[in-house]
Design a protein around this ligand. Structure first.
Ligand code: ZN
Length: 129
């Protein structure tokens, strides 16, 4: 991974809207078009209505016209490693391949690299996707 993806994820984290959990998270996707799309978690007073950083980044990617995640970095200010939650693993897998790299970062850089298949083995798939 080039350093720019980590920097993009860290920069995105600053945009988190996390007044309730005080748990900012940032994500950055490099898509097949070579562009980097970022996201942060966005909470809501009606708690179930909030969402994670990864879907924000996926939304940016889709609205940017890209469809394929080449690599993705995730960072949380208050965790040494912030693995995507279960729901986000499924969301990421929709736009990834089994070998897509997921970088788990802390404030200093990438601390762990995993593939999509390692992060979500035996994933839900149909012939529709
Ligand atoms: Zn999540």
């Amino acid at each position: 991974m080039s350093h720019d993806l980590f920097e993009a994820a860290r920069g995105a984290m600053a945009f988190a809207h996390a007044p309730y959990s005080k748990f900012p998270v940032g994500a950055a996707i490099r898509a097949e078009d070579g562009k980097v799309y970022t996201g942060a978690n966005i909470e809501n007073l009606s708690f179930p209505q909030g969402w994670c950083a990864e879907p924000t980044a996926i939304s940016a990617m889709i609205m940017g016209g890209a469809k394929k995640i080449v690599e993705i970095a995730v960072i949380a200010e208050k965790l040494a490693l912030c693995p995507p939650c279960g729901g986000c693993r499924q969301k990421i897998s929709e736009f990834a391949s089994k070998g897509t790299k997921i970088y788990l970062c802390d404030e200093t850089g990438v601390k762990k690299t995993m593939t999509m298949d390692e992060l979500l083995p035996f994933s839900f798939e149909t012939e529709l996707g």
